[in-house]
Structure formats: C-alpha cells, structure tokens
Design a binder for this molecule. Structure first.
Ligand SMILES: NC(=O)c1ccc[n+]([C@@H]2O[C@H](COP(=O)([O-])OP(=O)(O)OC[C@H]3O[C@@H](n4cnc5c(N)ncnc54)[C@H](OP(=O)(O)O)[C@@H]3O)[C@@H](O)[C@H]2O)c1
Length: 245
C-alpha cells in the first residue's frame, strides 16, 4: 500500500495502523479536525519511515466539503491504494434519548458523513479499477441494545452500506473491508471502566493491518468478538428484550 488516505487520522486506532504502513515507506494524506494534532501525527509517521505526509484539517460532518477534500488529497498524492476511515464518536446514549439533536449529530458523524465520503471514494476507485476501502464500524452495529442503540444503529447502518458497496465493487477488483472492533482502550472509551475484554489500539491495529494485506471482507478485532457477537445475535428477540444489555 503506497498511497494512503486516512480520515480521522488522529484516532488512536488509526495512528497505530498508520505506523505499520509508515514502516514500509508509505505516503499519507491525513485528515481530522485539529491542525496541531495532525501535525504531531505527521511528524511521528515521518520519523517511522513515511516517505511523504500531507495533512488537512476539516470537520468531516461538513458533507459539502467532501468533494473538494478528495480533490486536494488526489492532487497531493496522485492516487490512492488505501483509504482508512477511522473518524467517529461514541455518543452518550441517555443524552441522545433526551435530545434528538444529539442523536442526529451522532448519526451525521458515524453514518451520513461516512456514506457521503464512501460514495465519492467508491467512484474514484471504480474509475482507477483498484484500491482498498478499510472502514472502522463496530461490533455495536451487530445488534441493537438499550445501552447504546444510537451508536449501534449508526455503525450497523454503515456496515450494511459497506456490504452493498463490497458487492458492487468486487467486479472492479476493489477490496471493501468492514472492521468491527470490540472495546478498545482509546480516548473514546476513557470514561468507561476497563475490563478483560478491552484491547489495546496496537493489538487492534495489527488485526486491521493483517486483514487489509490478506484482502479480507470483514474482520472482528480482536477475533474473539466474532464469537461473542454470534452468541448475542442468536438470542431470540423475545428473550433479548428482557435483558439489561
Ligand atoms: N474505542 C473503541 O472501543 C471502539 C470500538 C469500536 C469501534 N470504534 C471506532 O473506531 C474508530 C476510531 O476510534 P478511536 O477509538 O481510535 O477513537 P478516538 O481516538 O477518539 O478517535 C476518534 C477520531 O475521530 C475524529 N473525528 C470525530 N469527529 C470528527 C469529525 N466531525 N470530523 C473529523 N474527524 C472527526 C477525531 O479527530 P479530531 O478530534 O482530532 O478531529 C479522532 O481522530 C471510530 O470510528 C470508533 O467509532 C472504537
């Protein structure tokens, strides 16, 4: 993977994944909202072997700016072999239940923004007939639960969109990878009590890297989440609705 666009490049998981590609001398175009944080990530990747690193600060909720952003990225690096989409937020479920604006904002960041970007990028990749779209969804999208169904719906919708995109782009030789992490110890989850199921961003990055290189369609990271979600999904709805999950 020589030319890599990372959306949400300051994410802890994205940074650890980028380090693995930097060691191979990749070129990067990094996107997130804060220029200072982006500059720090860029500097780190250069030290680790990246050949070229460009950055752009933008709020990815601004859908009308997506086309211009992708034009700038294409101009900077020529074309892309890999797009890693990592931006996202974990909304407060109770706050969303009291304030529909918070629910809509969570859906804008985790579903609508990604869908807009993916639509542009899919057309770009289709015209060049190669590329890998690696998108971080979540195990939370596999079944709606009372404790986080706004986030779960947002990621579940994204996963379904990716499934359709994979089916469309397969004939053009494009990989669409849906990444489903479980709990990861990052700034996003710093307010949550930690338990044995939490993985490190480094561990998750290794799983993402391997799935990209091997051309996988869906990856659970760590892999034991495949079995946890299998159990959660197999509980009949009549029982599931009575559980405190
Ligand atoms: N941590 C977990 O347990 C976990 C589990 C499953 C899935 N995930 C998913 O993994 C991905 C990475 O999360 P993380 O855990 O690495 O969290 P993180 O370190 O908090 O990173 C979140 C990233 O999203 C970016 N972002 C948020 N809103 C944005 C916006 N409107 N425009 C541009 N960038 C925006 C942030 O950039 P700036 O703030 O610098 O702009 C930051 O780079 C997310 O999609 C998350 O939903 C995480």
């Amino acid at each position: 993977m020589k030319n890599i666009l990372i959306l949400g490049a300051t994410s802890a998981i994205a940074q650890e994944t980028a380090k693995l590609f930097a060691a191979e001398g990749a070129n990067f175009f990094l996107v997130a909202r804060h220029p200072d944080r982006l500059a720090a990530v860029a500097q780190d990747l250069k030290v680790r072997g990246a050949a070229k690193v460009e950055t752009q600060a933008i709020d990815l909720n601004r859908l009308e700016q997506h086309a211009t952003l992708l034009q700038s990225a294409t101009k900077a690096l020529g074309s892309f072999d890999l797009v890693l989409m990592a931006h996202g937020t974990l909304p407060d479920q109770h706050a969303c239940e009291q304030d529909v604006a918070k629910t809509m904002e969570a859906i804008q960041t985790n579903t609508l923004g990604p869908i807009s970007l993916l639509t542009h990028i899919a057309n770009l990749f289709e015209s060049q007939q190669h590329g890998c779209l690696a998108v971080i969804s979540s195990v939370a999208g596999d079944r709606g639960r009372q404790s986080n169904y706004v986030y779960g719906m947002a990621k579940g919708g994204l996963s379904i969109f990716l499934q359709g995109l994979r089916n469309r782009l397969h004939r053009s030789g494009i990989q669409v990878l849906t990444i489903k992490p479980g709990f990861v110890d990052t700034p996003m989850t710093q307010h949550l009590p930690k338990n044995a199921l939490f993985a490190s961003p480094q561990q998750v990055a290794q799983g993402i890297y391997r799935a990209i290189v091997k051309g996988k369609d869906i990856v659970y990271v760590p892999s034991y989440w495949r079995w946890i979600t299998w159990v959660v999904k197999s509980i009949p709805e009549g029982i599931f609705k009575r559980l405190s999950l």
